[in-house]
Design a protein around this ligand. Structure first.
Ligand code: AHG
Ligand code: MN
Ligand code: MN
Length: 339
């Protein structure tokens, strides 16, 4: 992308705030603190192979998964960037079972933050892209009081802002406040995020599908028939689609945003009486779906937009299908016909 105007993320936040004359600057401050946390975590991720912070910390998180040290470091960096900033009334993290309160000595702000401090963390040892995902809501309980779980349990549609930071060959921060999607790349030499991907749009259609094929026999008939369709040469789409799956949702969805196609993590019917999704609604599916929808794509749980799924608990899981508009429409035809 070629531009002779260099726009830092700070300047972009200020320009965005100017579009809203009634803005108090709280959201700008919140985003500023997240960008600050992203720089600190970049430093940790970049030195992961050099210091003794690889491997499992020795216990499991509330989802029963091995917690690696970098998850905890990332969790703490984000928490410490936010707790005293005066912009949040409470937080939720993948790494904490319960709501995270704001300590009483600090000001209670009007927003909530739900986050996955490190997505794809099982890939760290292999030097594969990982990232953080964030979702921000306006609180529903009275201002200047401690936040409640109800403040966090809101639909994706009500997100005030959402986005992710991907630590890949470079660090990128991609976010939306409901007016399109902008992407910033960290210039490590000056420590600034620079606008590199203004007004991102997902292609209408792409020839990539992204799913863990090892689960094929546990999916519904509709999903299986769709996968059979895109892997079989046909009149409509010619050669089969290409498969891309790295096992880091953040990287798989980021690629889908750039190149089109579809990312899927369907229900698993291993136990037909208790089908279950894997990805978490509040801090994985909803924020990534907001980004994709704001970029012109679609998201669905098979019935409705992910953005309309009502959360009941902080760690609810949902089936997720997200991507280019025509790819998601194509999938839905199969789900409607066979499921
Ligand atoms: P996390 O590292 O935050 O626990 O999330 C891992 C998720 C997601 O990143 C990825 O898409 C998915 O798990 C991969 O799951 P499978 O190994 O079942 O394909
Ligand atoms: Mn995750
Ligand atoms: Mn995680």
């Amino acid at each position: 992308m070629c531009s002779y105007r260099t726009i830092t993320i700070e300047r972009h936040f200020i320009d965005q705030q100017a579009l809203h004359p009634d803005a108090t600057g709280e959201l700008t401050r919140l985003m500023h603190q997240l960008a600050f946390a992203a720089k600190q975590i970049t430093k940790e991720v970049r030195s992961a192979g050099l210091s003794d912070i690889l491997g499992v910390a020795g216990h499991t998180n509330i989802q029963g998964e091995a917690v690696q040290k970098l998850d905890e470091i990332s969790n703490d960096v984000i928490y410490r960037a936010m707790d005293h900033a005066g912009v949040l009334c409470c937080m939720a993290s993948e790494e904490r079972e319960h709501m995270i309160p704001i300590p009483a000595e600090f000001h209670y702000g009007k927003y909530t933050l739900a986050f996955d401090p490190l997505d794809g963390s099982s890939n760290i040892d292999a030097n594969i892209n990982v990232g953080a995902i964030f979702s921000i809501h306006r609180r529903v309980s009275p201002d200047n009081t401690p936040g409640t779980v109800e403040d966090l349990l809101q639909t994706g549609r009500k997100q005030v802002a959402a986005g992710y930071i991907v630590y890949g060959s470079s660090t990128m921060l991609v976010y939306s406040t409901g007016h399109g999607v902008n992407g910033f790349t960290l210039d490590p030499s000056i420590g600034e995020f620079l606008l590199s991907h203004p007004e991102m749009r997902i292609p209408e259609h792409g020839k990539y599908f992204s799913i863990n094929m090892g689960n094929y026999h546990y999916w519904s008939e509709g999903v299986r028939k769709y996968i059979d369709h895109v892997t079989t040469p046909s009149h409509e789409h010619g050669t089969p689609y290409s498969s891309r799956y790295i096992g880091s949702m953040i990287a798989d969805v980021h690629r889908t945003l750039l190149y089109g196609g579809i990312f899927m993590y369907p229900l698993d019917f291993k136990d037909p009486a208790k089908p279950k999704g894997k990805l978490r609604l509040l801090y994985e599916a909803a924020p990534m779906s907001m980004i994709i929808e704001q970029a012109g794509g679609h998201s669905t749980d098979g019935h409705q937009s992910i953005l309309d799924v009502v959360p009941k608990g902080l760690h609810d899981r949902v089936p997720l299908f997200v991507g280019a508009r025509r790819n998601v429409a194509e999938l839905l035809e199969f789900l409607r016909k066979y499921d």
